[in-house]
Design a binder for this molecule. Structure first.
Ligand code: F6P
Length: 373
C-alpha cells in the first residue's frame, strides 16, 4: 500500500520552504509512489483539516518562490487560540491524521516547530521535521534553510548603507533579525564589513561602542556601520534579565512566580525600541549624526538563494528516503554534503546560540570589529 505523507509549514516563513516542500513531494511521488497532502497555515490548518493536494502540478514551478504555498502560523497544538481561549487541540489533530490515513506528518520549521512535532510524536503519531529558519538557531544541523538567503539580503543592505554613511559622515545602525540568537547579525556584519556588531549572546557596553566609533573618527574614518541583532542587549539589561530569571527559578509559590514572570515580560516590553535608543545614545556620546535602518521582513522575503534551494532540496529528498525506510521521530539534519536523522527529543525547544568563543566571533575581532564588550 503506497504511503501517505502530510506536510505543514510552521513558524516564521523563510526562503526555501517551497523548495523543501517540492523536495519531499517530488521524491515521495516520483521515487516511491506515495501520496502527499499539504495542510494549510501550520498546525492551525492541521487542526481545522484544511488541506491542499500536493500532486505534481502543485509542486511544479515552486522551487524559486518565496514564502510557503501552504501558508504558515505560529499556533501551537496544545495552546491553540479557539474562541478567544487557548485550547489543547492535539487530539483533534490526531483524529485528522488518522482520517487521512497518514503514515507520517512532515513539519517544516525551527526549534519551536520541533517541540510541537515532538508533542504529536508523544501522542503516537509518526512525525519528522526539516530545519527551517533565517535565524540558523536550530541545534544539531550545520545550517537551516533560509539563513543563506537572509545573510545575502542583510549583507547587501550593509553594503548599500556604507555609501550613504560615508557621504554624510554618519553612524548608521542597521537592525538585523534574530530576537534571541545572533548568527544572522554576526554573519552579515562580518560579510558586510560592519565596524560594530552587537548580538544577544554578547551583552554590550554602549560606552565601549562609542569609544570605538570615536577612535575611528579620530583616525579619519568618516562613518561607522553598527550591525545590531534585534535581540542584542546591554550589559545592564542582561543583568536585569538574569535577576528576573533567578527570581523566577527561586520562586516558591504562584504569587512569586507571577511576579517574576511579570518582571520578565516587562523587561521584554522595555526592549522594544532599543535600536532607536542605541542610535540616539551613540549620537550623544560621539557627536556624530546617527540614522537607523531596520531590515525586518526583507530578510524573510523573496526567492531563495541557490544555496538555500540546494539545501532545502537535499533535506527534502532525504526526508522522503527516510519515510520509505520507516524512520520517523527525527529531524533531517544537514551534515556536510550529506544529511543525518537526529531524534526529535534532542532538538525540541532548544536553540543554537552563538558561543562567545565561536570562530566567527574571533574572525570579527581579528579584523578589528567592535563587539561592544
Ligand atoms: O524566527 C525568525 C524570525 O524572523 C526572527 O528572526 C524574528 O525575530 C521573528 O521571526 C519575527 O516573528 P514574526 O514573524 O512572528 O513577527
Amino acid at each position: 500500500m503506497a504511503k501517505c505523507v502530510g506536510i505543514l509549514t510552521s513558524g516564521g516563513d523563510s526562503p526555501g520552504l517551497n523548495a523543501a516542500i517540492r523536495g519531499v513531494g517530488k521524491a515521495a511521488l516520483n521515487s516511491y509512489g506515495m501520496q502527499v497532502i499539504g495542510f494549510r497555515d501550520g498546525f492551525r490548518g492541521f487542526m481545522e483539516n484544511r488541506i491542499m493536494e500536493l500532486d505534481s502540478n502543485a509542486l511544479s514551478g515552486i522551487l524559486t518562490v518565496g514564502g510557503t504555498i501552504l501558508g504558515t502560523s505560529r499556533d501551537k497544538p496544545h495552546r491553540m487560540p479557539v474562541g478567544g481561549k487557548l485550547m489543547d487541540m492535539t487530539d483533534v489533530m490526531v483524529e485528522n491524521y488518522h482520517q487521512h490515513n497518514l503514515d507520517v506528518l512532515v513539519c517544516l520549521g525551527g526549534g519551536g516547530t520541533a517541540k510541537n512535532a515532538y508533542r504529536l510524536l508523544q501522542k503516537g503519531l509518526n512525525v519528522m521535521t526539516l530545519p527551517k529558519t533565517i535565524d540558523n538557531d536550530v541545534i544539531k544541523t550545520d545550517y537551516t534553510f533560509g539563513f543563506d538567503t537572509a545573510l545575502s539580503v542583510a549583507t547587501e543592505a550593509i553594503d548599500r548603507l556604507h555609501s550613504t554613511a560615508h557621504s554624510h559622515h554618519r553612524i548608521v545602525v542597521v537592525e538585523i533579525m534574530g530576537n534571541k540568537v545572533g548568527w544572522l547579525a554576526l554573519g552579515a556584519g562580518i560579510a558586510g564589513g560592519a565596524d560594530v556588531i552587537l548580538i544577544p549572546e554578547v551583552p554590550y557596553d554602549v560606552e565601549l561602542v562609542a569609544k570605538a566609533i570615536r577612535g575611528r573618527s579620530a583616525s579619519g574614518k568618516r562613518f561607522s556601520i553598527v550591525a545590531v541583532a534585534e535581540g542584542a542587549i546591554s550589559k545592564q539589561e542582561a543583568a536585569s534579565r538574569r535577576g528576573a530569571q533567578e527570581r523566577l527559578e527561586k520562586a516558591k509559590n504562584k504569587k512569586e512566580i507571577a511576579k517574576a514572570e511579570a518582571d520578565m515580560a516587562q523587561l521584554e516590553l522595555a526592549h522594544a525600541g532599543n535600536t532607536l535608543r542605541l542610535a540616539a545614545q551613540l549620537e550623544q556620546l560621539t557627536g556624530l549624526e546617527s540614522r537607523v535602518t531596520i531590515l525586518g521582513y526583507l530578510q524573510r522575503g523573496g526567492t531563495p538563494s541557490a544555496a538555500d534551494r540546494l539545501l532545502a532540496t537535499r533535506l527534502g529528498t532525504a526526508c522522503a528516503d527516510l519515510i520509505d525506510k520507516g524512520v520517523f521521530g527525527v529531524m533531517v539534519a544537514a551534515k556536510g554534503d550529506t544529511t543525518q536523522p537526529v531524534p526529535l527529543e534532542e532538538v525540541a525547544g532548544k536553540l543554537k546560540f552563538v558561543p562567545p568563543d565561536h570562530a566567527w566571533v574571533a574572525t570579527a575581532r581579528s579584523v578589528g570589529t567592535c563587539l561592544g564588550d
